[in-house]
Design a protein around this ligand. Sequence first.
Ligand code: HEM
Length: 110
Amino acid sequence: MNGTLIRAGETVVAHTDIADRDPGVHPRPGVFDIARHDPAPALVFGLGAHACPGEALARAQFEVTLGRLATGFPGLRTAVADAGLDWKPAAPLHALRTLPLTWTADPGEG
Ligand code: HEM
C-alpha cells in the first residue's frame, strides 16, 4: 500500500482522523468550520459496526461548551494566526499543543 508491503496476517491500524483530513474528500480539512457540511460523512466517530455510541453525547457537549464560550465571552479570540498554531506532529488525534487566546471584556470597545 503506497509503497509499503503488507504481508498476510499483519495488522494495519487505520487512523480515522487522517481520513477526515483528505483535501480530495473534505474541502479545507485544516479549517475549523462549525457549520461544515462536507459531501462525504466524517469518520471521526467511526462508521457502521465501529460507530461511537457516545456520538450524540459528545456532540451535545461540544454544542453546550462552544455555545457558552461564544455567548459568555464574545471578546474571545485566538491570539495567533492559523499558520502560527502549534499542532502535535503524528498524534493519533489531530490536536493542538497549545491554543493561545486573547479576551477583551467588551469587543465593541476594542
Ligand atoms: C469527541 C468525542 C469522541 C470521539 C471522537 C469518539 C470516537 C469514537 C470512535 C471512532 C469509536 C470507534 C472505535 C472503533 O471501533 O474502531 C468509538 C467507540 C466508542 N466510544 Fe467514542 N468518541 C467520542 C466520545 C465518546 C463518549 C462521550 C462516549 C461515552 C460517554 C463514548 C463511548 C464510546 C464507546 C463505549 C465506544 C466502543 C463501542 C464498541 O466498541 O462497541 N465515546 N468512539
